[in-house]
Design a protein. Structure first.
Lengths: 325, 317, 546
């Protein structure tokens, strides 16, 4: 188990390393100098040379790559053009926001998705199942940002139940008691998390229903039924437990979606996370920020899938050695 | 310009209903019958054909040029009417005409990107599964890397490196970054197929590897490929919409369903028709693609019916 | 009636226990401004964005400022700020006597040395302050003693005093002297400035909000409103929605008729129409993007005039700003009504004329509907800020109108800070700009259009224009100045380095509990320190003590 874990860890690191390399060369081999994006700055040559020297762009690509890795190892991600401060500072503010949003959405997605899936499996083939199948498929087919816009319009602008974007109330937050602060954060979190969570839950439910039905058709469930257990007990005690394994896999797979979805959802809800940082960086051609957000996203995804692997191994000792894909 | 703009779409709708009905009646063979046995799949197919035909026949169906600003003062954000079936937008453009032409772009991007991603994913998956050993290891590690970066980030980097992309390069880019999951599915399928007798026989007869793959292995994996392609079109369309929304997708004046919604976000409350219809169009087509892919899976591979749908959450964008 | 705050928030406020106590009386109050985008920096000389200026003008003082009447001639109407009085030593020498009570927010006194330091920084070519050309008539600023700053002018003209005081925000030399000018743009000081104004900097949460707090010991009088908060929205519609929903108290311009209608329905809001200082135009870059020579397309005056003729500016303005919108002859604001000469040689809207002009210059219509000349396509990249709905709207309108005469317009959407940066560096073809000007035309037009001007991002040069502007600036008699103005703007209109789009009226929306509101067209929030919230009208966020 320890050796397996170590192998997985090494593989994860290797993947992140590969992503760094890929992004680094993609950006540096692209036309135009990366730090002066348009490449047609009417600067006097000495200033330009100075800038290049400052960012180390006057050296061979290989040397640049090595020093980039070196800086990275020391937590230095360069300096943002548009924010005129170190990228790591911007990232440090953004990542927690994204993680909170993604984690909440994930929790919502799993709880809601598993519950709906279970209900559907219990009522398989009946009207409720059909209704839920269509409902989940509908939510699964919605463009995430459109759902977000509609939720914002209805619950924010019209009903005033939730604030119009942001993470905290800029005025009141500092003065609130700890409980009040939490409540304030939750109020701001509700709509974006719901947007991501609803779409994700629809996917999870579809997956879970099928997995449960498969589990229900297997031998040990038949045995349990034969022993005279009630249908609910069969579903909960036997089938659900076995169907949890795919749900764990799903969790690992859901992370890329949550991060991808967060790019647009954070834009809709003015949520200052990594997605918004990345989207803004595109609009301002801020290369160092783009590289860093891509890197951070990759790290989060790899960490998520590693976590899923570990949970999977814990939940199912048979899969201790090599997890089937 | 047509006097009665309702006629062309009605004709298309009629043709589609008739066509699907005919197909259903003519349906022979167990697979086709299984497919049409599911009303959702038949309905989905009809919807796809409807939108597909509208897009193909756009110049005949749309009463106006999609970018035509008919009257920038007098026709701003007008609700649906007889002349402007789905209303007009902020620029006095006919929403219906934009929807029809936008379908060309959105569906086109979805299909082109899918062609690229399914071919690439199919080839890589087949190679990995068939040759195994080092090829498999190298290719699958590559896929791991690809899967580690959320697609939208790669696309954003690419968009930032150049000028905003026109639809065709955008589609190619989406395809080039969207094949990783497909290759895994195909690889798994090929791994089991290559042990089958007919494949071993072909190998024993000394056929070249790629010939075996093309002639014997890939046809066996066709079901997986087709199902995965249908879902991929849906995912690509959603991704395009998201990119257009944050300003990195299809650029004006070209209309896509995604940038129609993005353009209309400021008037979501006051002129809901400007974003409602493109939103419904995306949702409808994606819904239909899922229904069709579910139908296809059941039709092509009834044994696997109980397995989880291929549309796992990680695939969606 | 005010809209009821959402229940959850009431509960949350009820939970308030930290900090304890609440504010009562005259000097409470929190005003939340809904802002679009966010500032680049709060260090005055390196930025000329509206928002940056709105904020740093609460933190930094000038020597004196124009009065509400916006007089620019002589010194009548000017209100003392850092200087409590001033004297003319001779016709070219002006001495300011600093108010002995003036203090930096770190406790140090404000000295004449700070004034001399500020002048040196503003006029330095390395720093390249946008309006440094306006200081060209000032030969030197000396500090014979710590309380007296002496300005020496090169020549005599009616608006000398204005030039001396209007632009310079006095900076703390003791905090900035050690910082090389090259590094000012990214200086940490710009993210947490220390000034001498009525408000001091508290915090800046990037992408979210920025907070200032009243200096209760401010030497010109303690501000009534205790706390100013700018809330950054990603675009105008979100900002307007926040004000309407009561999440923010004030927005300086509602821009579109639809927003005005929405705000009118919100009963807690009062609307304040005031003369517009802002105007929109398409800035054309006359120089090639790489700076190598004239722009291969836009360097040609006939092409520029064709572009003007091809755009129906009146209808576009109606489409974006409503029936009442006005189109200025050249890019100038509404409140410079004296300069709206009706007979300037502005090309009328006439697509036939545009076609003719382009044909004459050899641009032939190709089968793709776009004109070509010698293998070059008549294609222009138009930079558009993603944060401004009005400018996004204009961009698509222009794109369609120019298409009709065979000009392809590619829209290049980017955030506003990036756009301004590109424009500043000359790395653009055409850009939709929105500017707000001060009360003195030559003060704003000189840097924009005179050869070598710090804001001449069009790279426009015409010696005739420069001569007329100089004549208008220095003319002693009003009639002569007006004649010079007509001639100068006539040259500008004929050369068409820009397409003037609109000069809209401003309508601000501000919460009714805030009284004594005055708005100044050239600096919206200039009088915020006089704003007042009556003790019986305080709401939860006003009373809040941290």
């Amino acid at each position: 188990m320890a050796a397996w874990l170590l192998r997985r860890l090494v593989a994860a690191l290797a993947i992140v390393f590969a992503v760094v390399t890929l992004v680094f060369f993609a950006i540096h081999l692209a036309p135009g100098t990366p730090f002066l994006p348009t490449g047609d700055r009417p600067l006097d040559p000495s200033v330009e040379a100075g800038l290049k020297a400052r960012f180390g762009l006057d050296r061979p690509l290989g040397a640049q790559y090595v020093s980039y890795l070196d800086a990275l190892a020391h937590g230095d991600l360069g300096e943002s053009f548009s924010q005129q401060r170190p990228v790591s500072m911007a990232l440090k503010e953004a990542v927690p926001n994204t993680v909170v949003l993604a984690a909440t959405a994930l929790a919502l997605e799993l709880l809601l998705g598993l519950a709906i899936g279970a209900v559907q499996a219990a009522y398989a083939g009946r009207r409720l199942d059909t209704l839920l199948t269509h409902t989940t498929l509908f939510f699964y087919s919605l463009p995430t940002f459109w759902l977000g816009l509609v939720l914002l319009l209805v619950f924010g602008q019209e009903l005033h139940w939730f604030p119009i974007g942001g993470v905290i109330d800029p005025v009141l937050h500092q003065a609130l008691s700890p409980a009040g602060r939490l409540l304030d954060r939750l109020r701001h979190l509700a709509l974006p998390a719901l947007t991501l969570g609803l779409v994700g839950a629809a996917g999870t439910a579809r997956f879970q229903r099928a997995a449960l039905l498969e589990a229900l058709s297997q031998g040990f469930v038949k045995t349990a039924r034969a022993k005279g257990l009630t249908e609910t007990r069969v579903l909960v005690a036997h089938a659900l437990r076995n169907a949890l394994l795919p749900a764990i896999t799903l969790m690992g797979l859901a992370l890329p979606f949550l991060l991808t979805g967060s790019v647009v959802v954070e834009t809709v809800f003015a949520w200052p996370g990594m997605g918004k940082l990345a989207a803004d960086a595109v609009l301002s051609r801020d290369y160092p920020v783009m590289t860093a957000t891509t890197l951070a996203a990759a790290t989060l995804v790899v960490a998520g899938s590693l976590l899923a692997d570990v949970l999977y191994a814990v939940a199912d000792p048979r899969v201790g050695r090599e997890r089937p894909r | 310009m047509t006097a009665v703009p309702l006629v062309p779409p009605a004709v298309v709708l009629g043709a589609v209903v008739l066509g699907v009905g005919l197909l259903e009646r003519r349906a022979r063979g167990p697979a086709a019958r299984r497919f049409f046995g599911s009303p959702a799949a038949a309905l989905g197919l009809g919807l796809l054909l409807f939108f597909g035909l509208l897009a193909l026949l756009a110049p005949l169906v749309a009463p106006y040029r999609p970018a035509a600003q008919i009257d920038i003062v007098g026709l701003q954000n007008r609700p649906p009417s007889w002349h402007y079936l789905l209303g007009t937008d902020l620029f006095g453009r006919d929403v219906f005409s934009r929807l029809v032409y936008g379908g060309r772009v959105s569906l086109g991007i979805g299909i082109l990107a899918t062609l690229v991603s399914v071919s690439l994913g199919g080839a890589v998956g087949a190679a990995a599964g068939y040759f195994r050993r080092a090829t498999d290891a190298v290719l699958m590690r590559l896929v791991d890397v690809g899967l580690a970066v959320p697609k939208i980030f790669i696309v954003l980097v690419a968009v930032a490196l150049g000028r905003p992309l026109t639809p065709v390069p955008l589609a190619l880019l989406l395809g080039l970054t969207g094949w990783f999951a497909t290759s895994r599915l195909v690889r798994a399928e090929v791994l089991s197929l290559r042990e089958r007798e007919f494949v071993e026989a072909a190998r024993a007869l000394g056929a070249r590897p790629w010939r075996v793959i093309a002639r014997h292995v890939l046809p066996g994996a066709a079901a997986v490929l087709v199902v995965s392609a249908a879902l991929s079109v849906a995912n690509m369309m959603l991704l395009e919409a998201g990119l257009s929304f944050i300003g990195a997708g299809v650029q004006p004046p070209v209309a896509s369903w995604g940038n129609m919604i993005a353009d209309a976000r400021d008037v979501l409350a006051t002129a809901p028709w400007t974003s409602l219809f493109p939103g419904l169009a995306i949702t409808g087509v994606v819904l239909a693609l899922h229904a069709v892919s579910d139908g296809l899976r059941e039709a092509l591979d009834p044994q696997a019916r109980r397995g989880p749908p291929a549309s796992v959450a990680g695939e969606r964008s | 009636m005010r809209r009821l705050a959402p229940l959850a928030l009431i509960v949350a406020v009820a939970c308030t226990s930290r900090g304890g106590g609440s504010c009562h009386g005259e000097h409470c109050g929190t005003v939340v401004f809904a802002a679009i985008g966010q500032p680049a920096t709060l260090l005055p000389p390196v930025t000329d964005h509206f928002l940056d200026r709105d904020i740093f003008d609460q933190i930094f003082l000038k020597l004196a400022d124009v009065g509400p009447g916006l007089n620019t001639v002589g010194d009548s109407g000017f209100e003392p700020q850092l200087a409590d009085r001033w004297t003319w030593r001779d016709s070219l020498t002006l001495a300011f006597h600093l108010d002995p009570r003036a203090r930096w927010q770190d406790g140090r006194p404000v000295t004449a040395g700070d004034v001399a330091f500020t002048f040196a920084a503003y006029s330095d070519s390395v720093l390249d302050a946008p309006e440094h050309i306006n200081l060209a008539h000032i030969a030197s600023v000396a500090a014979p003693d710590s309380a007296t700053a002496v300005f020496r002018f090169r020549q005599r003209y009616p608006e000398m005093f204005f030039d001396a005081v209007y632009y310079l925000r006095i900076l703390p030399a003791h905090l900035l002297r050690s910082l090389p000018l090259r590094q000012w743009r990214s200086a940490a000081f710009g993210r947490s400035p220390i000034g001498d104004g009525p408000y001091r900097f508290v915090r800046w949460d990037p992408g979210q909000s920025l907070e200032l707090e009243a200096d209760s010991t401010f030497f010109l009088g303690r501000p009534h409103v205790r706390r100013l908060i700018w809330r950054f929205a990603s675009d105008l519609s979100v900002a307007v929605t926040q004000v309407i929903a009561g999440e923010a108290d004030a927005i300086e311009v509602l821009v579109s008729p639809a927003n005005v209608a929405r705000a009118r329905q919100a009963t807690q809001l009062a609307l304040y129409p005031y003369p517009g200082s802002a105007y929109l135009f398409v800035l054309l870059n006359l120089r090639a993007r790489d700076g190598s020579g004239p722009n291969p397309i836009l360097g040609d005056v006939a092409v520029r005039r064709a572009l003007v003729a091809a755009t129906d500016r009146v209808r576009m303005a109606q489409s974006v700003f409503g029936a009442a919108a006005k189109v200025p002859p050249v890019p100038i604001p509404e409140f410079w009504a004296g300069l709206w000469f009706p007979d300037l040689p502005v090309p009328p809207y006439d697509t036939a004329l545009a076609d003719r002009l382009l044909e004459q210059r050899g641009w032939r219509l190709g089968s793709d509907g776009v004109r070509h000349r010698g293998g070059r396509k008549l294609a222009i990249a138009l930079a558009v800020p993603s944060t401004s709905p009005a400018r996004r709207q204009y961009a698509q309108l222009i794109q369609e109108e120019l298409r009709a005469v065979g000009v392809e317009v590619k829209l290049d959407l980017m955030d506003n800070v990036t756009l301004e940066d590109r424009v500043r560096r000359g790395a653009y073809d055409a850009a939709i700009q929105a500017w707000a000007n001060g009360p003195r035309p030559s003060f704003d037009l000189t840097p924009m259009w005179v050869a070598g001007g710090g804001q001449n991002y069009a790279h426009y040069t015409n010696p005739a224009f420069d001569r007329w502007i100089e004549a208008a600036t220095t003319a002693r008699a009003p009639a002569a100045a007006l004649r010079a103005w007509r001639a100068a703007l006539g040259v500008l209109a004929a050369d068409a380095p820009a397409i003037a789009l609109a000069a809209p009226d401003n309508v601000a929306a501000i919460d009714r509990r805030i009284t004594n509101v005055r708005l100044r067209p050239d600096s919206y929030w200039a009088y915020v320190r006089d704003w007042r919230i009556a003790p019986d009208r305080l709401i939860a966020r006003d009373r809040l003590v941290r």
